[in-house]
Design a protein around this ligand. Structure first.
Ligand code: DAH
Length: 370
């Protein structure tokens, strides 16, 4: 056998290979299991020791040189392909740039901004309180002592650890504890709203375990229900951008107010282009084609709550109210499923979100969607 001739022939074929597929075919033909050089290697086993000693090194050298040649040819073809691509593909600077993803303001944040804007015009400051509360601020100081049945109604998330003062720690079930914190911190007179997150162990199409409320409290001298009604009416007219908002005050019960009133707002049932009827706020709920919808809880601040706030209820009176912010957003912007607020679906945000540059102002039209 002439390994030199076999080698020359193999190297010539490799040098002539024009693409990576041909190189691979040659590798299989020479070095694969059934390959010619692999076949030569197998013959070594049947040879006499002397023969193997003379022929063996030639066959190994042949395999070596073919292996090297295949690798070199492959590398050369690959770098040629890369050169060709680099030469062909150029960056076209005249093409429009891909659009950068743009953030939007969440409707809940937008509505909270609108609330702060409207109430600022009425002389209210914005107050905040912790979301991890103790049961004294969340319940006791709001006239819900330990055994009070209203505590059970709140489906509270409790923490396993007690507060330093000994009471239970919990995720606040409403924004009302900010009433107490504000009275203790600022005294009277006081006019604040407190928007923020609240938590209850509750979940369906109209309830999420975390939702948003805005609390309002006014403490001053000679405050009565008339002030409450005017304030809510003025706020709701500005918020819904309608002059025909009509409120109905119904007697109710909250431990922290006395008397307590549930506030309903009149709406008209209007059928949309899709045939579905929608509630549009405005007009008396008693008018034909109209109805009343419950909107918020409120009342005159209970004397005991004013005392827990460190003030003398014979000197100071006030009103308070609490509204669901998510519900306000749904009503104003026509969203129908509360859960979508917290799904984090960018398509929903793109549909309902607001431009980050659209700061709400009363003069500019509050909350005009971008
Ligand atoms: N804290 C009440 C709740 O979460 C809402 C509420 C009702 C707040 C009446 C008030 C109020 O300030 O006066 O159900």
């Amino acid at each position: 056998m002439n390994t030199a001739a076999t080698g020359q022939d193999a190297l010539a074929q490799i040098a002539a290979a024009e693409d990576l597929d041909s190189v691979e075919r040659l590798r299989v033909a020479f070095l694969g299991k059934q390959g010619s050089i692999s076949g030569l290697l197998k013959t070594l086993g049947a040879m006499s020791p002397e023969e193997r000693q003379s022929v063996g090194p030639q066959i190994h050298a042949l395999r070596e040189s073919v292996t090297t040649a295949l690798a070199e040819r492959k590398a050369a073809l690959e770098s040629a392909a890369l050169e060709a691509r680099l030469a062909a593909e150029t960056v076209d600077l005249t093409l429009p740039a891909p659009e950068a993803p743009r953030g939007t303001v969440h409707p809940v944040s937008q509505v909270m901004d609108e609330l702060a804007e409207i109430f600022a015009d009425l002389g209210f400051a914005v107050a905040t309180g912790p979301e991890i509360e103790d049961d004294w601020h969340n319940f006791t100081a709001l006239n819900m002592p330990e055994s009070h049945p209203a505590r059970a109604m709140h489906d509270t998330f409790y923490f396993p650890d007690a507060s330093p003062a000994g009471g239970k720690m919990l995720l606040r079930t409403h924004t009302s504890p900010v009433q107490i914190r504000s009275m203790l911190q600022h005294g009277a007179p006081l006019r604040i709203i407190a928007p923020g997150r609240v938590y209850r162990s509750d979940s369906d199409a109209t309830h999420t375990p975390m939702f948003h409320q805005v609390e309002g409290i006014v403490i001053d001298k000679g405050i009565h229900l008339g002030h409450l009604k005017w304030t809510l009416e003025t706020f709701l007219k500005a918020f819904f951008e309608r002059d025909d908002i009509v409120l109905r005050l119904r007697p109710s019960y909250f431990p922290f107010t006395e008397p307590s009133v549930e506030v309903d707002v009149g709406f008209a049932l209007v059928s949309g282009p899709d045939g579905k009827s929608r509630r549009v706020l405005g007009g008396s709920g008693d008018a034909p084609g109209h109805g009343w919808m419950e909107l918020l809880g409120s009342g005159m601040v209970n004397r005991k709550v004013i005392e827990f706030g460190g003030l003398d209820p014979n000197e100071w009176q006030g009103f308070a109210f609490g509204i669901g912010v998510d519900r306000l957003a749904m009503l104003k912007y026509g969203m129908d499923d509360l859960r979508a607020f917290f799904d984090g679906d960018q398509r929903w945000l793109a549909h309902y979100g607001f431009s980050a540059l659209d700061v709400p102002t009363l003069s500019g039209g509050v909350g005009t969607p971008a």
